[in-house]
Design a protein around this ligand. Sequence first.
Ligand code: ZN
Ligand code: ZN
Length: 189
Amino acid sequence: MVKGVKMIFAHDTEVALASAAALVNTGRGGKEQLPDLAALDQFVAAWGWTGGRARDQAELDAVRRLRPRLERLWEMDVDAAAGLVNTLLREANALPQLVKHDNWDYHLHATPPDAPLADRMAVEAAMAFTDVIRSGQLDRLRRCAAAHCDDVHIDLSKNRSRRFCSVSCANRTNVAAYRTRRAGAAAHN
Ligand SMILES: [Zn+2]
Ligand SMILES: [Zn+2]
């Protein structure tokens, strides 16, 4: 965590929200980004998932099946989103517990470490969304404003100004706008 930067949510919630958006994005943009177990291993490592793994096709299928369900949160009104979050928590028998592990200080887990990966992903996302919904922040869920990018993100900026999923999408859009302005200026000469 960067000192002096005001967080909108608790750190573990913000990581869980970014991780949920990243998971949803692996199924967007017309290209399967979790084609096999190796890709899932990479995703799990990149987002710091600990706990037990089955490392089989059923695990991969379950994670892939979770994506469209989480994706719907970006389309839903608050009542529907609350209903889905409750369903996800109920299905995995979520039971919130404060835990410490690896380099993490106390944070919430609501599934045991040996629960199936897809259940742990579902519950971690659902727990984070309970924060988003009960603080009235569901409108922070966005789609990237860049052309040719279909990714979703969660705007965690203080002034709710984030339009792009990534720095590269922001830069690409700014460069395109600059070129358009220059082309326009040249045409008037
Ligand atoms: Zn943890
Ligand atoms: Zn983007």
